[in-house]
Design a protein around this ligand. Structure first.
Ligand code: HAM
Length: 416
């Protein structure tokens, strides 16, 4: 019986791992530059946390969660996103929630039972940040700017930042009334899903991908005409910060998000390089979630980026597997002993080195060096051994030199 992976999940093989790790290291380093510190939360939580946090009527909670009962009869769910879990951890630990503000980031797998396609998986990885403690729009700017910096460092170019304000609990109800009125008059033109959404979650109508629903959206009321003075000020100040920086954005009055906790700022980094999945990072402000999940009232903002989607966007432009620094070729026995000694010495200095035991022909060892994409080959045969030296061959230029073992470190440092 041959086993295969479950549809909708991916293996990341060694030839992709350098680029994968490069994305993670870039995201981590950028988060540190903005003084965010890493948090690791468990992969599963009580189901209730996500229901209450994300919203019962959202697609994530109503259709996509991996929920199970454990052996102790607890109702648990594999996390579909990071925010609710980080908020839970923040509320649970007074060392953090007593601080006037708190900056956290996370990286890890998330799980959603979505129909899979390119860029959309049942298990995927997010890098996310969450800022707790202030409603100041400066922090909305910092969040967007942080993600933009990651894009620049990774040489991602073909993207747009969509920006909106979806108001707050004071001004949004009137907008939703207007939206309902507009759509109720044309209910029969909506797709089946949207006819149901009209009562339960009318904002989601603006996010539907059905052709007819998209046409109807164009004339729908815009939230920008309904937000209160406080939300308007917040939005204008944020735009001022963005205008004074190098972060370009596009306003999109119909940008709503698939999670219920947002208020005021919402944003998405979108591209047309990913086929159907155009958002590779998204987030917004969520000023009431901490209180909803049992904490004291704490404004907050954050975003999460999909690492698989970022990978897909940059894989063609980046070198995938860089290979090792050197492969050591020997003729067995005493030359093998010397080869191991050299390997240990060079590995301690930080070079990536490989070699094989046994008595294999030079030709087959050269082939292996090639397969490992080695930059150099270090040859240690009987002749070299007697001269306390080795031959070093640059596999790209084909140039070969005899180097004494004493000066190997200096030689390799020089060519690195
Ligand atoms: P989200 O929009 O649901 O927001 O997901 C954020 C990002 O995760 C998406 O833009 C996408 O890149 C990636 N993503 C989502 N689902 C999938 C999937 N099935 N396959 C591959 N990638 C996917 C959140 O999760 C919020 N927690 C973001 C946030 C943080 N808001 C405030 N703080």
């Amino acid at each position: 019986m041959k086993y295969t992976r479950v549809p909708g999940v991916e293996d990341i093989y060694p030839d992709r791992i350098d680029l994968w790790n490069h994305i993670i290291e870039t995201a981590k380093a950028t988060a540190r530059e903005y003084n965010f510190r890493q948090i690791i939360t468990p992969i599963f939580e009580y189901t209730e946390l996500f229901k209450r946090g994300i919203g019962d009527e959202t697609d994530i909670v109503s259709k996509e969660m991996y929920t199970f009962e454990d052996r102790g009869g607890r109702n648990l769910t594999l996390r579909p996103e990071g925010t609710a879990a980080v908020v839970r951890a923040y509320c649970e630990n007074g060392d953090y929630n007593r601080l006037s503000s708190c900056k956290l980031f996370y990286i890890g797998p998330m799980f959603r039972a979505e129909r899979h396609q390119k860029g959309r998986y049942k298990q995927f990885n997010q890098f996310g940040i969450e800022f707790f403690g202030e409603d100041n729009p400066y922090y909305d700017f910092e969040s967007i700017s942080l993600m933009n910096t990651i894009c620049k460092k990774l040489n991602i170019c073909d993207y747009k930042i969509l920006l909106n304000s979806i108001g707050c609990s004071k001004c949004r109800p009137e907008y939703i009334n207007q939206l309902k009125k507009y759509y109720t008059n044309q209910k029969d033109k909506l797709c089946n899903d949207c006819q149901k959404r009209l009562d339960k979650n009318p904002l989601r109508l603006l996010d539907c991908k059905n052709e007819n629903c998209i046409k109807l959206k164009n004339d729908a009321p815009k939230i920008t005409n309904y937000i209160c003075e406080d939300c308007k000020d917040h939005h204008e100040t944020l735009k001022g910060y963005l205008d004074n920086s190098d972060v370009k954005y596009t306003e999109d009055a119909f940008l709503v998000r698939g999670l219920d906790y947002y208020c005021k700022t919402t944003f998405e980094f979108v591209t047309d390089k990913l086929g159907g999945q155009n958002a590779f990072s998204a987030g917004g402000r969520y000023n009431t979630l901490v209180e909803n999940l049992g904490g004291s009232p704490t404004p907050a903002i954050g975003f999460a980026a999909g690492l698989e989607r970022i990978y897909l966007m940059i894989e063609s432009s980046m070198q995938k597997f860089k290979g090792i620094d050197a492969y050591i070729i020997h003729s067995g026995e005493s030359t093998f002993e010397k080869a191991v000694e050299i390997a240990n010495f060079l590995r301690k200095l930080g070079f990536s080195i490989d070699l094989e035991p046994g008595k294999k022909g030079f030709k087959s060892q050269f082939k292996k060096a090639d397969r490992e994409k080695s930059k150099y080959v270090i040859i240690i045969g009987e002749d070299e051994l007697s001269k306390e030296s080795c031959s070093v061959k640059d596999l790209e230029s084909g140039k070969q030199e005899l180097v004494s073992l004493n000066s190997l470190e200096t030689f390799l440092n020089h060519i690195k």
